[in-house]
Design a protein around this ligand. Structure first.
Ligand code: SF4
Ligand code: SF4
Length: 119
């Protein structure tokens, strides 16, 4: 015979810790610091994000745009601390950390994201 108290505790634990990922995703707070998003149209190529990064995660790389060849941040997510200092210093707020947490990869080199991949 099952113990109702035990069953209730089991259900409570299941609903809290078990998620049918990827169909179900954990809800995250609005200020969660996940993978970056870059708006290349409003980036002014100032390098402030690369200079402030405490882990040398960002390097400025050339990319072809309507405005010609410009330098944009390339981010190595493998090295990122998700501290959001780059977001904080960005003068145009074109670089923001999102709630995207999906960092899985077969090849660690794919975690180096070119500016176009961050858009
Ligand atoms: S979140 Fe922090 S560690 Fe990651 S790229 Fe930005 S400044 Fe660098
Ligand atoms: S993302 Fe922001 S801080 Fe980085 S180069 Fe562009 S404008 Fe400057």
């Amino acid at each position: 015979m099952s113990n109702p108290l035990l069953e209730t505790a089991k259900k409570a634990l299941e609903s809290k810790f078990t998620l049918d990922y990827p169909e179900m995703k954990q809800s995250l707070p609005d200020n969660y610091r996940g993978i970056h998003r870059l708006d290349m149209k409003t980036c002014i190529n100032c390098s402030a994000c690369a200079r402030i990064c405490p882990n040398q995660t960002i390097v400025m790389v050339e990319s072809e745009t309507e405005r010609g060849n410009k330098l944009f941040p390339q981010i190595n997510l493998e090295r990122c601390l998700f501290c959001a200092l780059c977001e904080e210093v960005c003068p145009t707020k074109c670089l923001v950390l999102t709630k995207n947490t999906e960092l899985e990869a077969y090849d660690r080199r794919s975690l180096i994201k070119r500016p176009e991949e961050l858009e």
